[in-house]
Ligand binder design. Structure first.
Ligand code: TRP
Length: 330
């Protein structure tokens, strides 16, 4: 079993990034062979300020390590340092069909009304993503619900390539879809995702927030006057309550029902301090490692370089195999 997953390097990391992806990766590295990367080649499908992009890539790497991704257990690198990703993507462009990509809902959302003005890279984004996982023969790919369609496309591309060129070069990867508790919502609006671009800082817990700020944001989080129900169904029409219970569950690695078993009947006057304490205790050690490591460019670069060299080694046979299957002389 081999897991491969990527995350786009964004700045201003928050609790949603941590619970949505980072924490899962940390748990996986003990269960199977893992390759985790910063998807910097995906980031440039829309305009990114170059200085910000490199800063964000280092920052995301620091956050992953601070949160417990261990470069001695998992192969950690940034995509741009492994040329095979871009190389294989080109070869796969010639297998992927325009009709398949036209169905990708994320492209429709991201390009919006300005489809003609979107980059070719944004359109081809899922093919690069296919290359990311096929290049390592990934058997399992942890992705959010929004990435499921891209993974199905990777399987289609792999199957067509194998069929067209009579080879078994590519392994068809299976998705590991994350549970519902990992969609962390805004603290001010239970129907909007927690996001770095929300103008209200009170809507999110940032990875660099200090203890008091975290506690204060939880205290001020939007809720309703009802006590917590005994059953998760009782949270259905209560988006804000559901979000706080979901966060508590995700941090503690228990189900929302287990949270309710413990806290049924409690009002938010009681539940919020419990949640705040849990978050403060969990995030404090991550924050202190993160803040320290973030400054240490040399150490981060050394870790990423080492990971990339290992990744290049693992990727090369697949890239060679693809050239060969296509009859390309090299
Ligand atoms: N597109 C993914 C996202 O935005 C990131 C990503 C790039 C990825 N390549 C990948 C995820 C390969 C899993 C496997 O979340």
């Amino acid at each position: 079993m081999r897991t491969v997953s990527g995350i786009q390097p964004t700045g201003n990391l928050h609790l949603g990034n941590y619970l949505g992806a980072i924490k899962k990766w940390v748990a996986m590295q003990d269960q199977m062979e893992c390759l985790f990367f910063l998807a910097d080649l995906h980031a440039i499908t829309v305009y990114n300020d170059p200085a910000e992009l490199s800063a964000n890539t280092r920052e995301m790497a620091a956050a992953l390590i601070a949160a417990g991704v261990d470069p001695d257990k998992a192969v950690l690198f940034n995509q741009a340092r492994v040329p095979g990703h871009a190389e294989l993507a080109w070869l796969l462009f010639c297998t992927a069909r325009i009709g398949w990509l036209n169905r990708m809902t994320q492209f429709k959302e991201k390009s919006g009304k300005n489809r003609e003005g979107a980059s070719i890279g944004l359109f081809a984004y899922p093919v690069l993503q296919a290359a990311d996982v096929l290049i390592y023969g990934a058997t399992h790919v942890p992705v959010g619900e929004d990435q499921k369609q891209h993974l199905e496309l990777a399987r289609d591309i792999a199957a067509k390539f194998n069929g067209d060129f009579d080879t078994e070069l590519f392994t068809l990867p299976d998705p590991i879809i994350e549970g519902p508790a990992t969609r962390v919502m805004s603290l001010r609006n239970g129907s909007a995702k927690m996001s770095k671009s929300d103008p209200s800082d009170a809507s999110r817990i940032n990875l660099i927030d200090d203890d008091d700020t975290i506690a204060q944001k939880i205290r001020k989080a939007k809720t309703d006057p009802e006590p917590l129900p005994g059953n998760v169904n009782g949270l259905n029409e209560r988006a804000e309550a559901k979000n706080l219970v979901g966060i508590y569950a995700a941090v503690k690695d228990i189900t929302p029902q287990q949270v309710l078993d413990e806290h049924a009947g409690a009002g938010f006057g009681q539940f919020k301090p419990a949640l705040a304490e849990l978050l403060v205790e969990t995030l404090r050690p991550i924050r202190s490692r993160f803040v320290e490591l973030k400054q240490d460019h040399e150490q981060i670069d050394a870790i990423l370089c080492k990971g990339a060299s290992k990744a290049r080694e693992l990727a090369q046979p697949t890239v060679d195999g693809a050239y060969k299957a296509l009859g390309l002389l090299r």
